[in-house]
Design a protein around this ligand. Structure first.
Ligand code: NAD
Length: 327
């Protein structure tokens, strides 16, 4: 790596990969090595739009790079990532890390052997509405998450649990510092041969319970999280970028926030309403900056390969339970 400026390439420049290219070419302190897509026409189109080099051989792009982002369909993550890792290159793999826990474990072992790191593109960790709750002292006891999307053919190569619910499992694991005690799940196939709607109930060892609903058969997009804990209720709308906090506090005339009386057994408490500032950061840009910084050795990945693997293990468990329930 020259002058601590990592050379970064992108593998797979479809719907999402083109945005990786767009952000990376604009970033300072790195050198964009080029792109590779097995669809040559697509590769050339993106190369011409962003004035970058399109490689005709994956091997050559890997040789010219210090780190690679892998934005191919999920089924291809494993082989592509393994090839990069075995050539001693760190990788940013779009979510989910791979198609199976077994293959994710093989990637983790290969990364350790080759002394490289894996970052996973669980982009919601950088969602500004979620980042806005960082000062809220959260210790949620009940969490409700809804992620609904109108049907598109993209992402349907994998069941909805792997495509959409993995985002929310990752968010959940970042909120709850406890092992999973039990999982119950149900789901249905509606438009595809695979599961399109899924509901999971996860109980953690510390008593926290989460209810997750993911669907790719919806009229409107919904991405909402509700967190409940003693004296606090937080709602996060990841589409509207709106975070709201309702907190029960002792009555105090010096409060500057909006308050409402708590009409409960003559209590001397009131409800304070807060709207934490939500910054308008681009989450994809932030996670790619995190990757570049980790390659420079100035940071570590916010979502490690192990985190991505643990998300996938729960997703796999949920999906297996749904299949059991259906048959
Ligand atoms: P896409 O089908 O639009 O693009 C995939 C591209 O990869 C295509 O151009 C295809 O030609 C190319 N490709 C396929 N196999 C390849 C291979 N072996 N080598 C090189 N190129 C190959 O898919 P997409 O919607 O961009 O999704 C790509 C990945 O990103 C998936 O894993 C998906 O789950 C993930 N994704 C993540 C988010 C997020 O919010 N983080 C959103 C969308 C997609």
């Amino acid at each position: 790596m020259e002058n601590n400026q990592p050379k970064i390439g992108v593998i797979g420049v479809g719907h999402l990969g083109q945005h990786h290219v767009k952000h990376l070419v604009e970033m300072d302190n790195l050198s964009f090595s080029g792109i590779y897509d097995k669809n040559k026409a697509r590769s050339e189109e993106i190369a011409s739009t962003y004035r970058v080099k399109s490689f005709y051989s994956l091997e050559k792009l890997i040789d010219k790079s210090d780190g690679l982002t892998i934005v191919t369909p999920t089924a291809d993550h494993f082989h592509t990532a393994l090839e990069c890792i075995q050539k001693g290159k760190s990788v940013f793999i779009e979510k989910p890390i791979s198609h199976s826990v077994q293959s994710a474990d093989s990637l983790l072992s290969a990364a350790e052997e080759n002394n490289v790191f894996i970052q996973v593109g669980h982009i919601e960790r950088f969602n500004p509405a979620l980042l806005a709750v960082k000062d809220c002292q959260l210790n949620p006891k009940f969490i409700e998450v809804q992620r609904l999307a109108p049907y598109t053919s993209r992402g349907t190569d994998v069941p909805v649990v792997l495509d959409l619910m993995t985002h929310d499992i990752d968010i959940l694991l970042s909120f709850v510092d406890s092992g999973v005690k039990s999982v119950a799940a149900t789901g249905l196939s509606i438009m595809t041969d695979s599961v399109d709607i899924a509901h999971a109930r996860i109980r953690f060892e510390n008593g926290t319970v989460a209810s997750l609903t993911s669907s790719r058969i919806a009229k409107d997009k919904v991405r909402k999280i509700k967190l409940f804990q003693k004296n606090m209720y937080v709602t996060i709308d990841m589409l509207l970028n709106l975070t709201e906090v309702y907190q029960v506090v002792n009555k105090d005339s010096t409060h500057t926030e909006l308050t409402a009386p708590l009409n409960y057994k003559g209590t001397q408490k009131e409800i304070v309403y807060k709207k934490p500032t939500v910054l308008h950061n681009d989450a994809l840009k932030m996670e790619l900056e995190n990757f570049a910084d980790s390659l420079r050795g100035n940071s570590t990945p916010a979502v490690t390969g192990i985190s991505g693997r643990n998300v996938l293990a729960i997703a796999e468990q949920i999906h297996d339970l749904i299949l059991e329930d259906l048959h």
